[in-house]
Design a protein around this ligand. Structure first.
Ligand code: GLN
Ligand code: ZN
Length: 765
């Protein structure tokens, strides 16, 4: 029975790779130094896995930026626009091309856009989308995978190179020309895979892992057929090769038959996400195929429940025999933080909670433990694990009966505003006295270095709470004064006190813990440190009332209260695995509901509940989506419905496509929704128009992702486009998203123009 790992975090346990990349981009270190950092991380990771007793240690799971981009370079799928980089400067090499594809290139008179970036399945990791043309050719164009294999080999470790499979790779890309489908490129792409496999086997590789996460999606007949072709031909050409086919992030479900009939040696399956496929799998796979059991959660930070995992392992051994069973994490460990041992701050992560957790390094140990228990009956390890699991199951830190009772007591009435929108709209117009086309912003104002430093100094205890609050108040005061001066209608306090739209709330809620080093790669050198929901959620004190009321006390214009919604808080945290996600979402919803009521009581007339992550939480399989949307809508309604009719509820969603979720958006019944639309030239509004969306909308009139200042005319034009499809008394005027990443000079100019654009439309309509 082999111990199999699918991938290890590549950022380094102290984010060494992030620091090296950023230093390299800033011209502070050389290419050699950057590559040396990468080499050290790889070596460290391999040795760690070897020491943990892993038999199949992956290589080529490392990447300087993104593994999909690595593959594009390896197979030579480099769009023509990047060729110029090599000509622009004789010193430029393939690494410059690589980073240009990742980040764009604005030097030496060139201005070349980066590849598009998008989410890697349902994770918070983002990959660079391959671009394909009709006459796309592929050729072996990078030695990365070979070099890394050799590198490990000279350290005495025979690795299992990992490659994203050809079908998933093509499906993750996009056609850049009409009249063809990217799957038609499969034969051409496969010939490069043959070259790769050929060379790897010459180097001594015995196993190769092909990741085909597309097997967790709804697949068409054509897509399934592509998988059969790909692995059929690879098998014919390389009869000796040990092919591991890895699937993860969901069950195989209706793809089980296809997968189990592919001529591969080992099928890896995710038994954490979809345990119920296990029995069917045992029946479906036939000699000599073996099964890699993904029992250790690669997407979360909880200790493995050995008793549960051993049930799978034992059953698999009974049915298939030890030699046809492997123990593995559910997916690559890329999505978990590196090392729990680095967490030493008792106030952020108390040891009682820490003992329930495992990061990547600890998960390797778990795989080894499971092996030892299954093969040698190591009862001491099992007993210890049982004790830890039991301590979590019973801990009063986690379980609060009164929170559970509140959820159970939720009634239909708790999810309903008092009156329908049409009634509320009248009352709100009378109460708020806003002009037509009211102007507002999405919440945050520029987070300057001074503000970040202030927060850091406050956190480290260097400055007193009084001093801290005084300075934040000053920033808020200036922001209010400034918003009044330029003539915005609905003001915001500016979010100067917030580090992040989820962590801020996490820190004020009970049931949350935090790490110092629990970083996970989001894209390139960007890492996130999701807070951890370990227990029942409660809001011991108001969280935002102090700042909202302070801001409101400075002006007679309405100040919007600013909250993050339950769906988004859940999506951007590590969550409990001991209850349904929806249960946790409702607990968060109740906490936000309490906050909403406190804001209302304190005289706040408009409250915005941000749900930036609603869409990204959408399950991979269509059949799961409605249930998710239903829970999400209900959670939002629980959070927002308790207020009086004249209190106006806003929500904000950035960068979403709405077509397939518009019905649920409407069911959320926010009085106003602000969305991203400027980059798509208001195209996104079509969904709202077609659906006859009943409530008010603020389509973003300018893109906050660039420092570019849009002109008045430009914004007027966008508003006119919106007016062509929406009633005038439903339209708001606002930017696409919060302004925290911008600087003040461009923000001032852009917002002044925006106010003028609204005035212009008021006068001319
Ligand atoms: N209110 C938040 C802000 O303005 C919203 C951020 C977001 O949608 N991502 O920063
Ligand atoms: Zn946004």
């Amino acid at each position: 029975m082999l111990k199999n790992n699918l991938g290890y975090p590549r950022i380094g346990s102290r984010r060494e790779l992030k620091k090296a990349c950023e230093a390299y981009w800033a011209g502070k270190i050389s290419q050699t130094e950057l590559l040396e950092t990468g080499r050290q991380i790889r070596l460290h990771n391999w040795q760690l896995q070897q020491q943990a007793g892993i038999d199949l240690i992956p290589s080529n799971d490392f990447s300087l930026y993104d593994h999909v981009l690595d593959l594009s370079l390896t197979v030579g799928a480099i769009p023509a626009r990047y060729q110029e980089i090599l000509n622009a400067n004789p010193q430029n090499n393939s690494l410059d091309v690589y980073f240009a594809m990742a980040r764009g290139y604005q030097k030496e008179g060139l201005d070349i856009k980066a590849l598009e970036m998008t989410k890697w399945y349902d994770t918070n990791y983002h990959y660079l989308v391959p671009e394909f043309t009709k006459n796309q050719t592929f050729s072996l164009s990078s030695d990365k995978i070979f070099n890394e294999f050799d590198e490990a080999k000279s350290a005495g470790i025979l690795t299992k190179p990992v490659l994203l499979g050809p079908v998933s790779y093509l499906l993750l890309g996009k056609e850049k020309e009409a009249d063809f489908h990217r799957l038609e490129l499969l034969p051409r792409l496969l010939s490069v895979y043959y070259d790769i496999i050929e060379r790897l086997t010459q180097q001594g590789a015995v196993w190769i892992q092909f990741d085909e996460p597309c097997l967790a999606l709804d697949l068409s007949y054509k897509e399934k057929d592509a998988l059969r072709t790909a692995y059929g031909t690879i098998r014919t050409r390389f009869p000796q090769l040990k092919i591991m086919l890895a699937t993860y992030f969901d069950g195989l479900r209706d793809n089980l038959l296809v997968a189990s009939l592919l001529p591969v040696c080992t099928l890896h399956v995710d038994l954490v996400r979809f345990p119920s496929q296990f029995e069917n799998l045992l029946t479906a796979i036939h000699e000599p195929m073996s099964l890699s059991l993904g029992v250790v959660d690669g997407r979360n930070i909880w200790k493995n429940d050995y008793t549960r995992s051993l049930t799978f392992i034992q059953k698999a051994i009974d049915k298939l025999g030890e030699a046809r069973v492997m123990i593995a994490p559910s997916c690559s460990l890329l999505h978990t933080p590196c090392d729990l041992e680095l967490e030493k701050d008792e106030t952020r992560l108390p040891s009682e909670i820490k003992q329930w957790m495992a990061f990547a390094k600890q998960k390797l140990q778990e795989i080894n433990d499971l092996y030892l228990i299954a093969t040698q009956g190591n009862d001491a390890k099992w007993a210890q694990n049982k004790a830890d699991i039991e301590s979590r199951r019973r801990s009063p830190l986690i379980h609060k009966p009164h929170v559970k009772q509140r959820i159970d007591a939720l009634s239909e009435a708790d999810t309903q505003r008092k009156s329908p929108f049409s009634t509320r709209q009248h009352l709100q117009k009378a109460f708020l006295q806003l002009p037509t086309f009211p102007t507002t912003t999405i919440g945050s104002f520029p987070q300057t270095d001074a503000i970040r430093q202030l927060r850091a100094r406050y956190k480290s205890g260097e400055i007193s709470p009084q001093h801290y609050e005084e300075i934040i108040e000053n920033h808020t005061k200036e922001a209010i004064k400034w918003q009044e001066e330029i003539g915005l209608d609905v003001l915001v306090h500016g979010e100067f006190e917030r580090n992040d739209m989820v962590e801020y709330f996490g820190e004020l809620l009970e049931g949350y813990a935090f790490t110092q080093n629990g970083w996970v790669q989001s894209y390139g050198s960007r890492c996130v440190k999701p807070p951890i929901i370990y227990g029942d959620i409660e809001r011991p004190h108001p969280m935002t009332v102090r700042w909202a009321t302070y801001a409101q006390s400075l002006t007679s214009k309405p100040v919007k209260g600013m909250l993050t919604g339950p769906i988004t808080i859940l999506q951007w945290s590590f969550v409990r695995d001991d209850q349904a996600r929806s249960e946790t979402m409702f607990q968060l919803a109740l906490a936000i509901r309490d906050e909403v009521l406190d804001l209302e009581k304190a005289g706040i007339r408009i409250i915005q509940i941000d749900e930036a992550a609603l869409r990204e939480g959408l399950p991979l399989r269509k059949s799961d989506r409605q249930a998710y949307l239903d829970h999400s809508v209900k959670a939002f309604r629980v959070a927002s419905s308790a207020v009086a009719d004249q209190t106006q509820i806003h929500t904000h969603m950035c960068y979403s496509e709405f077509n397939d979720i518009i019905e649920s958006i409407a069911e959320m019944d926010a009085d106003v929704i602000t969305i991203e639309t400027s980059r798509s030239q208001m195209e996104l509004l079509e969904a709202f128009y077609t659906f006859n969306y009943p409530n008010e909308i603020g389509p973003g009139v300018y893109d906050i992702h660039s420092p570019r200042v849009p002109s008045v005319e430009e914004m007027v034009q966008l508003l006119e486009k919106a007016l062509a499809v929406l009633p005038a008394d439903h339209l708001w005027v606002n930017p696409d998203c919060g302004l925290k990443t911008r600087r003040w000079p461009e923000t001032e100019r852009a917002l002044k123009n925006m106010v003028q654009a609204a005035q212009h439309v008021r006068e001319t309509i």
